[in-house]
Design a protein around this ligand. Structure first.
Ligand code: PHE
Length: 336
């Protein structure tokens, strides 16, 4: 057999080796110390110079090509072993890019609002979603026959245990636990038996605020809320205060932010009014101070409870509150 034919034969042997052990046998047969290649080399000495040079070239070629084929086949066996072994995954596949997650718009609003109030000297307080009727209603001066206490409006778990309908019970918890001066905000989830529509959800978020000190007035509330609005929405936002009623504040107000989406011209988010209702607020009712043992002659306070979803809707131009709760990644990814 001439050398070219032997090379063909060797490459054929490499390709037909069924596993790593067979491959090693092929290597020994051809390249091993007493294999075919050394035999060929030895036979070169008997040749005439001209023929020797040509045969040497062919022998070298055999050696190089067979070595390369052996290496390639060996690598193929190794990666196949990784692919098929039960404990391992296929390290040879390209990685799967799953994309980066991002904070939910509600979380973003809460974090921004928290940062702004922190810069104004507020600390963050919290309370549980499951509350007592006392903390949620009674201590907040809500009359026994007030409609908001009815099981048609409020989720009752037991007779005196409910899902909180607002974050205001955190006011009560805070004032029972610490003495004035007090300056806290309390972001959190609230629950009401509302029928879901474009602006209502049975579960939503508020950021409660409570400031108790000497000589606190409605002017402090207006100033702080206006400052917050500009920090949160931008310098062009307008804030409007309207008289209102809450059992736990006196006097009480509601305040609106100008609609950021349409620049107060009127759109679907603000229902064509140019304004979005953001929050209830007022000066802490002395009856609430009585319930928590704070002397109303010495201390005054303001409180507010802002709707987080409302802020998110105008900040991001979201037309329907339900978008915030359906967890459609294509929707949420827009606010990354
Ligand atoms: N708790 C009120 C609500 O949910 C808002 C509010 C908070 C009003 C604090 C006054 C003071 O509507």
């Amino acid at each position: 057999m001439n050398i070219a034919e032997q090379k063909k034969q060797a490459l054929n042997d490499v390709q037909s080796a069924a596993d790593a052990a067979a491959l090693e046998a092929v290597r020994i047969k051809w390249l091993g110390r007493s294999g075919q290649l050394p035999a060929i080399m030895k036979s070169l000495g008997a040749l005439a110079p001209e023929a020797r040079r040509e045969a040497g070239r062919l022998a070298n070629e055999l050696k190089n090509e067979v070595t390369a084929a052996l290496d390639a086949r060996k690598a193929a066996f190794e990666s196949a072993a990784v692919r098929t072994s039960a404990s391992a995954f296929d390290v040879t596949l390209p990685g799967r890019w799953r994309g980066l997650g991002s904070l939910h718009p509600i979380t973003q609003v809460i974090e921004r609002a928290t940062a702004i109030f922190r810069s104004m000297g507020f600390t963050v307080a919290s309370g549980p979603d499951i509350e007592t009727v006392f903390n949620n209603f009674t201590a907040l001066n809500t009359p026994e026959d007030h409609p908001s206490r009815a099981p048609t409006d409020t989720f009752y778990l037991k007779e005196n245990t409910i899902l909180r309908t607002h974050t205001s019970p955190v006011q009560v918890r805070t004032m029972l636990a610490q003495k004035p001066p007090i300056r806290i905000i309390a972001p959190g989830r609230c629950y009401r038996r509302d029928t879901t529509d474009a602006t209502h959800s049975a579960s939503f978020h508020q950021v409660e605020g409570l400031y108790v000190d000497r000589k606190v007035s409605l002017a402090d509330l207006k100033g702080d809320v206006s400052y917050f609005a500009k920090q949160m929405m931008g310098p062009d936002v307008k804030v409007r205060f309207r008289p209102h009623f809450f059992p736990f504040t006196e006097p009480s107000v509601e305040y609106d932010f100008s609609c950021h989406v349409c620049g107060d011209k009127g759109c679907r988010v603000c229902k064509q009014s140019g304004w979005i209702e953001i929050s209830g607020a007022g000066l802490v009712n002395p009856r609430v101070f009585e319930h928590v043992g704070i002397d109303a002659n010495e201390w005054q306070g303001y409180a507010f409870g802002m709707g987080v979803e409302r802020i998110a809707m105008i900040l991001f131009g979201i037309g329907d509150i339900r978008n915030l709760y359906e967890n459609d990644v294509r929707f949420l990814a827009q606010f990354a």
